[in-house]
Design a protein around this ligand. Structure first.
Ligand code: G1P
Ligand code: ZN
Length: 546
């Protein structure tokens, strides 16, 4: 029975022309989302483009950032007015991104909204974001995203129930007209899933042997998850988990697990009495940074190690169907796949491109250089999953993080990798990318930095599952030396342009122990010359290096 029409307000909206979702959903300044009708317009565009939501169920949750609660109140009233029958909502509006993806799968819903701007800063002056995930738990495809954008530009009204205070802090259910709102514990189902994948007894024994761990939740959403898993279920001391309380402004910092933003963790891990293992996750819990005493594990190396060692872990004992990485991610995993004799897929940047491969069971593990790693257990990247995987590995091998990496590099060779980000004006960013595109046919003759060019192109992806094509996914230059430079513009920023330059150098013998920064210094210079960064943008140093 449809909701009685007279209680559904149809509100005249006005189209917005800036609601194009980026690499992972629509992200804007909070103030932009607070404009009258802005949030509602985008949500209505999603309801219109995903008609299967009418009459079915939906997962809702977010990373707890500023504006989360107001947005959820609006979303619940709009879901009810748009015919959604059953909403499964994390208590207090909280769900990590991987936990939301898991719930969509577990409860077989028609989709889910994840309210997050990931690692972007929060608070009234910070960013807010909305991601729509489809049935199956993956992020909306490029095609759906484009359809939503197109719809958002033509909407003239949206459907919503009248304003009402809604209590979302108590486990249980209530009705909104004919829609049931079910409030669930955000951690329970996710923690149960982790127990099916990893050897909790082995990790508990590791904790019992005095193995020292530091997990930094950076005041993002993972604090309660880490406490439930690492402290309550696995027995690490409570002080092992820090910055565990989710804060709406993340304590005023960037909740981003990289050496720069997680500097407290890095200082500890580089200090004299470093714990055995350090890790951090981001605002919405899908990223991870793994750190050993005195060394950060580069995300591309982490992915390769996990793939190489997967059969030691209960959830992956039967081996891997295949693996995938985003194009700019280091090719360390390709070496492992080659040795295992399994396929390795190369996709554009953005987790959504792994979805079809996972659904078609072509891959088991996948990852990106941007501190994202996951498997077929859900359809998002998963920070705590990666932490548990490493802990399980350390527990069953009895080895240290540096030993595991050394052995890996000696066996497969080492891929030195760094990403250099340059914050630029939009015009400069566009001009650089245009210049790079135009230079592609000339590069072989120009021999940048005296190097022989093996291949120079703009990456184009052909999805082997649905046949779709995604062009213009980054300029890549491969040299005969085994080095590679990749350029692309970020699709997650909310102002200006960020040029991302990915540098990679392969040392087949595992290298001589030098650090990645030194190993890539010369290539970094070449990357700036080729992009003409100085002439076009007058910069000669990156804004951030990860
Ligand atoms: C960045 C990362 C990308 C990741 C995305 C969402 O996107 O580079 O790998 O999937 O955030 O976390 P970008 O800003 O580069 O478009
Ligand atoms: Zn994130």
């Amino acid at each position: 029975m449809p909701a009685p029409l007279d209680s559904i307000n149809r509100i005249a909206s006005r189209p917005f022309d800036d609601q194009k979702p980026g690499t992972a959903g629509l992200r804007k300044r909070v103030a932009v989302f607070q404009q009258p009708h802005y949030l509602e317009n985008f949500l209505q565009a999603v309801f219109d483009c995903v008609p299967e939501l009418d009459g079915s169920s939906l997962v809702v949750g977010g990373d707890g950032r500023y504006f989360n609660r107001q947005a959820i109140n609006t979303l619940l009233r709009m879901a009810a007015a748009n015919g959604v029958r059953h909403v499964i909502l994390g208590r207090s509006g909280i769900l990590s991104t991987p936990a939301a993806s898991h719930l969509i799968r577990l409860r077989n819903t028609a989709g889910g909204f994840v309210l997050t701007a990931s690692h972007n800063p929060g608070g009234p002056e910070g960013d807010f974001g909305i991601k729509f995930n489809v049935a199956g738990g993956g992020q909306a495809s490029e095609q759906l995203t484009n359809a939503i954008h197109a719809r958002s530009k033509t909407l003239s009204e949206y459907r919503i129930l009248p304003p009402a205070p809604l209590n979302i802090d108590r486990i249980g259910s209530f009705d909104l007209e004919v829609t049931t709102i079910e409030i669930v514990d955000p951690v329970e189902d996710y923690a149960a899933l982790m127990e099916t994948l990893f050897d909790f007894d082995a990790i508990r024994a590791l904790a019992g042997r005095g193995f020292r761990l530091r997990y930094d939740a950076l005041h993002g959403v993972t604090g309660p998850y880490a406490q439930a898993l690492l402290v309550e279920r696995l027995g690490f001391p409570a002080e092992s988990v820090v910055h565990a309380e989710p804060l709406s402004d993340f304590g005023g910092r960037h909740p981003d697990p990289n050496p720069h933003d997680a500097h407290e963790l890095m200082a500890l891990m580089n200090g004299r009495d470093a714990p055995d293992f350090g890790a951090a996750s981001d605002g919405d819990g899908d990223r991870n940074m793994i750190v050993g005493p005195g060394m950060m594990v580069s995300p591309g190396d982490s992915l390769a190690v996990l793939a190489a060692q997967a059969t030691r872990i209960p959830g992956y004992r039967d081996g891997l169907a295949g693996v995938a990485r985003s194009m700019p991610t280091s090719r360390a995993i390709d070496k492992v796949a080659g040795s295992l004799g399994i396929p390795c897929f190369e996709t554009p940047t953005g987790w959504r491109f792994f979805f079809n491969l996972l659904e078609a069971a072509k891959i088991t593990l996948c990852g990106e250089e941007s501190f994202g790693t996951s498997s077929n257990h859900c359809r998002e990247k998963d920070g705590l999953w990666a932490v548990l995987f490493w802990l399980n590995l350390l527990a069953v091998t009895g080895k240290s993080v540096p030993d595991i990496l050394d052995e890996h590099w000696r066996r497969y060779g080492r891929h030195y990798f760094e990403r250099h980000d340059y914050k630029l004006e939009q015009r400069a960013g566009d001009e650089i990318m245009r210049g790079l595109q135009d230079s592609l046919p000339r590069l072989a003759d120009e021999k940048p930095g005296g190097r022989q060019v093996m291949r120079a192109d703009n990456f184009r992806y052909h999805d082997p599952v649905d046949g779709s094509e995604s062009a213009n996914q980054g300029v890549r230059i491969e040299f005969n030396s085994g080095e590679r430079i990749v350029y692309r513009l970020s699709g997650t920023g909310t102002s200006g342009a960020t040029l991302r330059v990915y540098l990679e150098r392969f040392a087949p013998d595992g290298g001589n122990g030098e650090n990645a920064h030194d190993a890539l210094e010369d290539l970094a210079k070449v990357s700036r010359q080729v992009a003409r960064l100085k002439e076009i943008a007058r910069v000669d140093e990156p804004t951030a290096v990860t």
